[in-house]
Ligand binder design. Structure first.
Ligand SMILES: C[S@@+](CC[C@H](N)C(=O)[O-])C[C@H]1O[C@@H](n2cnc3c(N)ncnc32)[C@H](O)[C@@H]1O
Length: 256
């Protein structure tokens, strides 16, 4: 039996990577009961279509910027809707706590005394590679995976590659800086020939991907015109993908 969706509550919900079938049951139930949905720009139209037609939709993509004040104002607006007895959904791409500032928004809401619930989502950091047939761990190839922000300012000077080690590295928010990110990784000791892939729009009809090695992945991604939202995956696991996707494709509609 599903838990009730309460009126007067703000739900900070992970929308998953894009495919509406990858919403959690809780996320889908909460969204179906929404009176107002405050959504990031990255949330797909297909997911937004799961909100009721009467629900108000507020795109806060451009406002949820770096300014603390924007975040506080947004929290005040959502808390106000909840106080009026509405079911308020704050919908964020992937998982709200993976580079999504969900925790900061939740803190701001709690400071305002709002009733809140966090609903986890499937992060693009895991679903993106999987959608391209890349397992982020593999018994023979990778026993660890690190998820890194490729943002130039977070942390302040970009990723601390000297401190990061993982058999598989998944970089989010790095599309515009693929060349410098891969150069920094090689400078920090990753082999230039390490398999790498870029996946754009994972799990959506716009999904496209390209693979190569750390030393040419930026060039390959540029050649085929991959842009945001994309993730970079680096590690031996990338070499598993062609076999895995061939097997999966062969399994689809195969004769009895
Ligand atoms: C601000 S972060 C938010 C991540 C999100 N909370 C999550 O767990 O997936 C935005 C980044 O997520 C990645 N991203 C989100 N959805 C994606 C998708 N469908 N395909 C590829 N990358 C995606 C991109 O790297 C994008 O720059």
């Amino acid at each position: 039996v599903s838990r009730l969706v309460e009126r007067g509550c703000v739900y900070v919900v992970g929308a998953g990577p894009g495919d509406p079938d990858l919403l959690t049951v809780r996320a889908a139930n909460v969204l179906a009961a929404a009176d107002v949905v405050f959504h990031d720009r990255l949330v797909s139209d297909e997911v937004m279509a799961r909100a009721p037609a009467h629900a108000a939709r507020v795109d806060v993509g451009h406002r949820a910027g770096d300014r603390r004040q924007d975040l506080v104002e947004l929290a005040e607006r959502m808390a106000d809707c909840a106080r009026r007895g509405l079911v308020v959904v704050r919908l964020k791409g992937g998982d709200p706590f993976v580079f999504g500032r969900g925790s900061e928004e939740l803190q701001a809401l709690l400071a305002l005394g709002a009733s809140c619930e966090a609903v986890p989502g499937i992060s693009s950091a895991l679903a993106g590679p999987a959608a391209a047939g890349i397992p982020v761990t593999h018994r023979a190839l990778a026993a660890s995976v690190v998820i890194v922000s490729g943002h130039e300012r977070r942390p302040p000077d970009g990723p601390r590659w000297d401190r990061l080690r993982g058999d598989t590295v998944v970089v989010l928010m790095g599309t515009a800086r693929l060349a410098s990110l891969s150069r920094q990784m090689m400078d920090a000791g990753w082999e230039p020939g390490t398999p790498a892939a870029v996946i754009m729009g994972a799990t959506t009809p716009r999904q496209r991907q390209v693979s190569g090695s750390l030393n040419d992945i930026a060039e390959r991604a540029a050649e085929v015109g991959l842009g945001p939202p994309s993730i970079l995956v680096v590690g031996e696991v990338v070499s598993v993908a062609p076999g895995l996707t061939a097997e999966l494709t062969a399994g689809v509609g195969a004769p009895e």
